[in-house]
Ligand binder design. Structure first.
Ligand SMILES: [Zn+2]
Length: 98
């Protein structure tokens, strides 16, 4: 039996994913009609933004509601906004399809 089989790590989550997804939704609203919003492009944007921001792993059994109300980090939030806008711009100029 592997070491990892003795533990349940599903509640170790990267909060950056939720923050990036929320920010991506917000910022893409203003691009509607001017940018490709197919699944491939939006997934590329999310992946690119998530590779830019610092990971924000947490272990919580109380879920993301608790995490979102408990966290407050203006510098981190600014880094998320910057990563998302940079990713949108890069994929807009270089989509992975024609
Ligand atoms: Zn596309």
């Amino acid at each position: 039996m592997a070491f990892i089989d003795n533990y349940n790590l599903e509640h170790v989550v990267n909060e950056a994913e939720r923050l990036v997804h929320e920010e991506l939704g917000l910022q893409l609203e203003s691009y509607e009609g001017t940018i490709c919003l197919c699944n491939d492009c939006v997934a590329d944007m999310a992946a690119m933004a998530l590779n830019t921001v610092k990971p924000l792993y947490r272990y919580t059994l109380l879920g993301t509601l608790w995490a979102s109300s408990a966290r407050s980090d203006a510098a981190y939030d600014a880094s998320v906004r910057e990563a998302v806008s940079g990713a949108i711009e890069k994929i807009r100029l270089n989509p992975s399809h024609d």
